[in-house]
Design a binder for this molecule. Structure first.
Ligand SMILES: [Fe+2]
Length: 183
């Protein structure tokens, strides 16, 4: 069944899947979703997709959906099965440079989903990379340093961050420029 492209259903689905099972993750997701809602007007007709993708970006962490254990892929596959628009599935699958982390982990399957190179894609990364684990607004460098501290330097996540940092920061900076220009 097709789901309407509006943020309320995205928020509802995210809450259903994450709020009880992963309350801390839910705090982060709420911060990312709220930030998307705040900046969406700068993205015109794409604002709705930005909001939906942000509410849904970490849904693959939900224990019930974690089939491969790689949350961008598990989330995107769940959303496709639920009839969400392909664009939303693609934005979730590839969020925050998931492709590089998949490569480091030897995970295949992300290419089942379109990887768009756009201002909206950058903005999804921006919202994720400037929201901390408890939903608070943070600087992108703070965010990346916190992830490395949380996982420890030997973890594949930290290796990913060290290789992905410049791409992630660049997406954040492009979005900041777009937001300044839209004022
Ligand atoms: Fe996230």
């Amino acid at each position: 069944m097709a789901v309407a492209r509006t943020s309320p259903p995205a928020r509802k689905v995210a809450r259903e899947q994450i709020a009880i099972s992963l309350p801390t993750r839910w705090l982060h997701v709420q911060g990312v979703g709220a930030q998307a809602e705040q900046i969406a007007p700068a993205f015109g007709g794409d604002g709705e997709d930005l909001i939906a993708a942000c509410w849904l970006h970490d849904i693959g962490y939900a224990p019930a959906l974690a089939h491969t254990g790689f949350h961008p892929l598990d989330g995107a596959r769940f959303l496709r099965a639920e009839g969400w628009p392909e664009r939303i599935c693609g934005l979730v699958a590839h969020h925050s440079f998931a492709d590089l982390e998949a490569e480091l982990r030897g995970v295949e399957g992300l290419d089942e989903f379109e990887n768009e190179d756009s201002a909206v894609r950058d903005a999804v990364w921006y919202c994720d990379m400037t929201t901390g684990p408890s939903g608070e607004r943070v600087d992108v460098h703070q965010r990346l340093d916190e992830i490395v501290a949380r996982y420890g330097p030997a973890d594949v996540v930290s290796q990913f961050i060290s290789r992905a940092r410049s791409e992630l920061v660049a997406a954040v900076e492009r979005t900041e420029r777009r937001l300044r220009a839209a004022v």
